[in-house]
Design a protein. Structure first.
Length: 352
């Protein structure tokens, strides 16, 4: 791996107390190119703009996938990733679905370790502080023929962040627009999935909501996920979440929450759940919590939802499942407790 260090760091000029999510980036980035059937020239270089031809495949046919990860620093200065092999597995699945070459794990994991080791001072300790890690792949061939690209670029960029949501959020249940359809790419972290969400989300925000909870595209009857989160519903003492399908992202935080809940004697049901069931539970007083999970938000309390022109408020409760599970998960991520699952991975330079 070729490494070119920056001559002037941006670190001293960065205000870590006033970060806007995803707008500040570290000193370096990782780059690797795919050409002639193989990945070539893995390198770390100073963070900078890249030059790309207007005819590049990604602009015209949308071959682009990405991952979202976070790095955490503990009290002793060690840096940790959370379940990075799961991110590698998912970017591989996403790549395959978009007819893109699968990246070697022998590139992905060493690249993460080298880049994070080089920019380790950008990772600040303390609960809520982290370094957002964005690996992504896109078609870079200069050609506007409607076919898969023959060239690709894999990159990793890093961004220091704080909490995504600072308070509980309100969501609108989708009745018209859909995030994904059966047989589509909803289970992949394809860039286009998110681009297609922005317009209906903007409409929801104009009504005073923060996010949309997506429903199935056929009848808009069953809950699927939100724009940046998988969704959990607590009815009495049972935690319910939708099963992953080809329309729902297999969230790494989601599967971690399910495991933690089961191991802490919380009854978990992974099954389809309709919006009518949720409305009925709210009316009867049995709906206790709704919360989302994801890399960016970790665990985010939902204070209410809108459906068919009516608002349904939820009161915060003591010893909520969301706060309990968030606390357990956070302690694992920041190396504040033991990790019986082997989810935590220490970052260390492994030059290749």
């Amino acid at each position: 791996m070729r490494i070119e260090k920056t001559t002037v760091s941006k670190l001293k000029n960065t205000d870590f107390n006033n970060l806007k999510f995803g707008e500040v980036f570290t000193d370096h980035m990782f780059v690797c190119d795919y050409e002639d059937g193989k990945w070539n020239d893995p390198r770390i270089v100073p963070y900078k703009a890249i030059q790309i031809d207007p005819s590049a495949n990604v602009f015209h046919y949308g071959q682009a996938v990405f991952e979202g990860m976070k790095a955490y620093k503990d009290k002793s200065g060690k840096i940790w990733l959370f379940r990075p092999t799961e991110n590698y597995r998912r970017i591989s699945i996403s790549s395959e679905r978009l007819a893109m070459p699968v990246l070697s794990e022998n590139i992905f994991l060493p690249a993460l370790n080298e880049l994070l080791s080089l920019d380790k001072e950008w990772v600040k300790p303390g609960i809520g502080n982290s370094l957002y890690v964005r690996p992504f792949i896109f078609g870079s061939q200069h050609c506007i023929a409607a076919s898969p690209s023959k060239k690709y670029k894999f990159m990793i960029i890093l961004s220091p962040v704080q909490s995504y949501y600072s308070s509980p959020i309100r969501v609108l249940v989708a009745e018209k627009y859909s995030r994904a359809t059966n047989g589509g790419v909803g289970y992949a972290k394809a860039a286009g999935n998110y681009g297609a969400q922005f317009y209906p989300t903007r409409l929801a925000q104009e009504e005073g909501y923060d996010q949309i909870i997506w429903t199935d595209s056929k009848n808009h009857e069953f809950l699927e996920e939100a724009g940046t989160m998988n969704i959990f519903i607590r009815i009495e003492d049972t935690l319910i979440t939708a099963p992953t399908t080809d329309t729902i992202l297999d969230g790494i935080t989601r599967k971690s929450i399910i495991k933690l809940a089961k191991d802490n004697n919380i009854n978990v049901e992974v099954r389809p759940i309709s919006i009518n069931e949720i409305v009925k539970a709210h009316s009867s007083g049995k709906l206790k919590e709704i919360f989302g999970s994801g890399t960016a938000v970790l665990v985010s309390e939902i204070s209410g939802f809108g459906y068919k022109g009516k608002n349904y408020d939820l009161k915060s409760i003591k010893n909520s499942y969301s706060s309990t599970l968030k606390s357990i998960l956070t302690k694992i991520q920041y190396n504040l407790t033991t990790d019986p699952y082997g989810w935590r991975s220490e970052v260390s330079a492994v030059k290749v």
